[in-house]
Structures are given as structure tokens and as C-alpha cells.
Design a protein around this ligand. Structure first.
Ligand SMILES: *[C@@H]1O[C@H](CO)[C@@H](O)[C@H](O)[C@H]1NC(C)=O
Ligand SMILES: *[C@@H]1O[C@H](CO)[C@@H](O)[C@H](O)[C@H]1NC(C)=O
Ligand SMILES: *[C@@H]1O[C@H](CO)[C@@H](O)[C@H](O)[C@H]1NC(C)=O
Ligand SMILES: *[C@@H]1O[C@H](CO)[C@@H](O)[C@H](O)[C@H]1NC(C)=O
Length: 370
């Protein structure tokens, strides 16, 4: 990090000392303040910060008592990291440190590998998969046991009891638990960097739920809202929005069927009827085969000389000459299928695309007649 920052050593020591004098209350909650990358978790913290509102404070992944404040803008890289004082856990939903008894640390309770990692020695935990099972924690290691005689484990009493004396409800394990959601407050809204018309939100169970913006809208990542596509600024990591295809009309004037593409003489869209009665926003796009143009009046691909098309008639002609719409004595010189110059046959001659020559013969292809 080459940017200057307030808390870099050696200034940090002095700053903390003066802070201790003046902000004792504050230090009860946040004991250390450092500005630094988030150590080993640099990548994942930065990934999370890129997706959420700047300056949001999140739980440092894989910890229960360390927080990170995301940079104040997406262009900035200065993270601030802090840890709760002894006995407190960071409550990501409240954005502050609180007594560890009242905070559910997602890294503590959802790790299937080692539920004892954050527990003090001698702690008993309920087995989340088995009402009669319990877990004993010692030296950060778990030992599983089962209550005898079909008794069930009551975590409130820390004892095996008759099943009538405790209502054991196994919560189905949450699916789609996301590492991002474990660190951010519930209901946090995030950009979906795979698709700008979608966004994500973390539910109570730390599951990432996908949402789709309404038709014609896309997700503005800095305001975290769906707005009209034309006004949306997509997340920098999301692919650009496909240009909106509006050939199939508007909500007031829905077009269904085969529509010329207005850009070439051979391309056309198939506008399908939508069940909601709205225009097809993703019509199939096709082109007539070489030598054929799309004819809207018959919905056909026809010989190019039999179709009026005032767009570039050099399409498909490579480096040859083509007739020009509206004037059968004019010709267009084509280069790589694009008109580069036009000319007129001399002496009242007509131009014939078939023979590639000016001719005395009266040429009156539909393509070039007025
Ligand atoms: C605690 O576990 C560690 C390895 O996880 C081991 O090295 C250490 O000896 C253990 N301590 C006791 C007291 O069992
Ligand atoms: C979990 O996520 C996958 C892919 O993102 C999705 O297809 C599936 O429906 C989700 N399951 C639940 C229960 O949300
Ligand atoms: C979308 O976000 C940009 C900032 O990136 C903001 O200037 C603009 O006003 C937002 N658009 C809407 C419609 O909210
Ligand atoms: C060429 O033919 C068209 C119809 O086929 C006719 O209208 C036109 O007058 C003719 N032009 C000349 C110069 O003979």
C-alpha cells in the first residue's frame, strides 16, 4: 500500500495513546485500531468489500471478534481492521462488539469440522444433527457423545433429559451458506457480478438469495437499486449489459412476427408472443443465406434483386459492384461487402449486377426501380 494513512507506524502508537486518554468509552468496544490489509484474508475481505456499500463494517472471515471496515470508496484500498476487547464478539448485524453470549458467530456455529475452535475448555454443545448427541470441547477439539437410554441433550441445562422435558428441534442445515453472508449483516444487498440485471441478498440463515430486476431494469451497484437499464451503472466486474433489443415494439404497440433488422438487408428478428403480453426483449436473430435478402412484405428470404432495400446493398458482394436502390443506372463499388463509392453508367446505360457491367438492355430489377 503506497497511500499514506493515518495509522501507519510510527504514528499509530502515539495516536492510540492519546485516543486511550480521550475516548475510553470507545475503546471499551474497539480495543485496537489499525489500518492495514486484512492479513491472510486480504483476498476475501477485498472481494466482499467490492460487492457491498463502501465503509460498511463486516466480520473478518474466520473470526468471531475481528471486524473490518471496507474502504470509503470502490477506488480506495484503505481497510480499517479492529478487534473486540476481551469477552466480546463482533455482531455483524448490529455493527458493533457485544457480549459473546448474545452474539451468534457464524464461523463458530456453522463449521462442521470443528465447532470447538472458538470455545473455552470444558464447554458442552448440542450436536446440531442429533438430538441425543452432544459435543465436549477441550483444547479446541471436539469429542462427540450420546445421551444414554434414549435421553436427549438439553443445551440449556447442559444435561441429558427425558424427551418430554425438552423440545429438541433440529434445524435443517442451511443450504447455499455463503462466505460473504457469514461476514455481512443479514439482508445486505450485493451486486451479482455475473449478471447486471440481477442482485443478491443475504438472508437470516446466511444464504445468498438471487433476485432479478424487473423487465427493462438493471442493478445500479453503487445505489444498490434496480433502475432503468439506460441509467444503470453496472458493477465493474459484471459483464456489460447486452444492448436492449426493442425491435419488437413497445408495451403499447407490441410487434409479433418477422421484423427486418434495420441494419442489414438480410437480417431479421423473430418476435415471439410473450405470455405477459409485453414485447419480446430477446427475439431470435437470423440472416437470409448469401444472395438473398429479407422481404418484409412476404416474410421471405428472396433473391436480392427482387427485394427493395435501401440499406447497404453491397452486403454479401465482397469486392464486386452492386445495383443501387432507386436508380437502375447507378452502381455501388463494394469493398469487403460495404459500399465505398458509387457511380452512374454513361450514355443512359443500365447497371446489371448479374453481369457486373453497364448495359444497353433495360434493367428494371425491383432492387433498383424507384
Ligand atoms: C492441544 O492440541 C495441540 C494440537 O492441536 C497439541 O499440540 C497440544 O499438546 C494439546 N494440549 C493438550 C494440553 O492436550
Ligand atoms: C442454491 O444455489 C443454487 C445455485 O446458485 C440454486 O440453483 C439453488 O436453487 C439454491 N438452493 C436454494 C435452496 O436456495
Ligand atoms: C446510479 O449510480 C450512479 C453512481 O454510480 C449515480 O450517479 C446514479 O444517479 C444512479 N442512478 C440512479 C437512477 O439512481
Ligand atoms: C424500362 O422498362 C420499364 C418497365 O419494364 C419502363 O417503365 C421504362 O420506361 C423502361 N425504360 C426505358 C429507358 O426504356
Amino acid at each position: 500500500m503506497n497511500k499514506s494513512n493515518y495509522y501507519a507506524t510510527p504514528a499509530r502508537g502515539t495516536l492510540l495513546l492519546s485516543a486511550r486518554k480521550n475516548f475510553t468509552l470507545c475503546l471499551l468496544v474497539f480495543s485496537t485500531i489499525t489500518s492495514a490489509y486484512a492479513g491472510q484474508n486480504k483476498t476475501s475481505v477485498e472481494e466482499i468489500c467490492r460487492l457491498i456499500t463502501p465503509s460498511t463494517t463486516i466480520l473478518q472471515p474466520d473470526t468471531c471478534n475481528t471486524w473490518v471496515q471496507c474502504p470509503s470508496s470502490y477506488n480506495d484500498e484503505d481497510l480499517e481492521e479492529g478487534s473486540c476487547v476481551f469477552g466480546l464478539y463482533f455482531n455483524k448485524d448490529a455493527g458493533r462488539c457485544e457480549s459473546k453470549e448474545t452474539v451468534t458467530c457464524p464461523y463458530e456455529s456453522t463449521s462442521n469440522d470443528n465447532r470447538c475452535a472458538f470455545q473455552t475448555d470444558g464447554t458442552f454443545l448440542a450436536d446440531p444433527n442429533d438430538c441425543s448427541g452432544y459435543i465436549f470441547c477441550n483444547n479446541q477439539t471436539e469429542t462427540r457423545s450420546t445421551c444414554p437410554d434414549s435421553l436427549i441433550y438439553n443445551p440449556e441445562k447442559g444435561a441429558c433429559v427425558y424427551s418430554k422435558d425438552y423440545n429438541c428441534q433440529l434445524k435443517p442445515a442451511a443450504v447455499n451458506v455463503s462466505t460473504i453472508c457469514k461476514s455481512v449483516a443479514k439482508n445486505t444487498v450485493l451486486a451479482d457480478i455475473s449478471d447486471c440485471t440481477k442482485y443478491l441478498s443475504c438472508d437470516e440463515e446466511s444464504q445468498l438469495i438471487s433476485f432479478q430486476c424487473s423487465e427493462g431494469q438493471a442493478f445500479n451497484y453503487s445505489t444498490l437499486e434496480c433502475v432503468a437499464r439506460s441509467e444503470a451503472v453496472c458493477h465493474p466486474l459484471a459483464p456489460e449489459l447486452e444492448p436492449e433489443i426493442d425491435v419488437c415494439g413497445t408495451e403499447d404497440n407490441v410487434l409479433v412476427g418477422y421484423i427486418a433488422d434495420e441494419e442489414s438487408c438480410s437480417g431479421y428478428y423473430i418476435c415471439a408472443k410473450q405470455s405477459d403480453g409485453k414485447p419480446d426483449r430477446s427475439p431470435t436473430y437470423l440472416k437470409c443465406q448469401d444472395g438473398y435478402f429479407f422481404d418484409s412484405s412476404t416474410w421471405s428470404c428472396r433473391n436480392r434483386l427482387n427485394v427493395k432495400c435501401s440499406l447497404d446493398r453491397c452486403e454479401g458482394m465482397a469486392n464486386k459492384y452492386a445495383n443501387v436502390a432507386g436508380d437502375c443506372s447507378a452502381y455501388a463499388r463494394c469493398k469487403n461487402g460495404v459500399t465505398v463509392a458509387t457511380g452512374i453508367c454513361e450514355g443512359n446505360y443500365f447497371f446489371d449486377e448479374r453481369s457486373q457491367a453497364c448495359t444497353q438492355q433495360n434493367i428494371s430489377y425491383t432492387a433498383c426501380t424507384a
